[in-house]
Design a protein around this ligand. Structure first.
Ligand code: NAD
Length: 253
């Protein structure tokens, strides 16, 4: 197993040879864009408990708390720009080296960086949707409405309950996105798990599916994960720096 920044070249070589490389990203790829992850000190959960979906539907007070938290996080998301890690993945997709990105992130930064094929397992915080009529609204304007009126904004089409287009605890993952993610994980020959603690399921099961089907697994993450023993390489450095150096290695040949 490879375990240091000096060992980037073999990873670049695997990426060069891969026929079906897939990236899987978590909150860690966006910390260098200024968006805190969940589990590191200072992360989102050190400040507030998430509102689960059943509670959100059942109680107006829970809906208020949900919107209060979303409004507080909104600027972190809205002002963030992609970093070297997002740009490297977008470039590899454009070069035909990467099939796409399966992400647990809700920040939309892969698309801003230029990635085209992005499977958002947990939805996106860029939009708010109506739970009754499925209308979609720009998150910015809905957060402004919440802050102006100090109550959750109702759907302007049907008056229904609105919620960010993200998947809360207790809410089902979008089945089409999950099915495609499983399919691409099964078919991958190189699976890059980047910036995820690999503990949130079912998303974190995807690297396991990939290795069961014969893929090489590369983990790029500062902290240990439950799949470290199964990885062909573990790169513990900063994600932006690590992916930029792999990219430089790819360019140098
Ligand atoms: P996590 O918080 O559980 O784990 C993030 C991992 O990234 C940690 O193990 C940490 O060691 C590593 N990390 C952080 N910054 C790093 C850096 N610069 N270089 C190298 N490693 C770094 O994240 P998760 O596994 O994605 O699960 C959390 C859930 O939170 C997901 O479901 C996701 O939807 C959600 N979330 C998303 C965002 C976002 O969209 N940016 C932010 C916070 C949480």
């Amino acid at each position: 197993m490879l375990e240091s920044m000096r060992e980037l070249d073999p990873v670049a070589q695997w990426l060069r040879e891969a026929q079906a490389a897939v990236a899987f990203t978590g909150a860690g790829i966006s910390t260098e864009s200024g968006i805190p992850d969940f589990r590191s000190p200072g992360g989102v959960w050190s400040k507030s408990q998430p509102v689960d979906f059943e509670d959100f539907l059942a109680r107006p007070a829970a809906r208020y708390e949900y919107w209060r938290q979303k409004a507080a996080q909104h600027r972190d998301f809205a002002d963030a720009q992609p970093n070297r890690g997002h740009y490297a993945l977008a470039k590899w997709e454009q070069q035909g080296r990467l099939q796409g990105v399966i992400t647990q992130n809700i920040d939309g930064l892969h698309q801003v960086a230029g990635s085209r094929r992005v499977w958002e397992l947990h939805g996106t915080s860029r939009y708010v949707s109506c739970l009754s009529c499925d209308s979609r609204f720009d998150a910015e304007s809905m957060v402004e409405r919440f802050l102006a009126q100090d109550e959750p904004p109702a759907c302007s089409h049907c008056g229904g309950i609105t919620k960010h287009a993200t998947i809360s605890f207790g809410q089902r993952l979008p089945s089409a996105v999950l099915e495609e993610s499983i399919l691409f994980s099964q078919r991958s020959d190189l699976f890059l798990a980047i910036g995820s603690s690999l503990v949130v399921h079912p998303a974190a099961g995807l690297p396991a599916i990939a290795i069961q089907h014969g893929a090489r697994l590369v983990i790029v993450n500062r902290d240990p994960t439950p799949l470290d023993d199964h990885a062909d390489a573990i790169l513990r450095g900063s994600i932006g720096e690590t992916l930029a150096r792999i990219d430089a290695s790819l360019d140098s040949c």
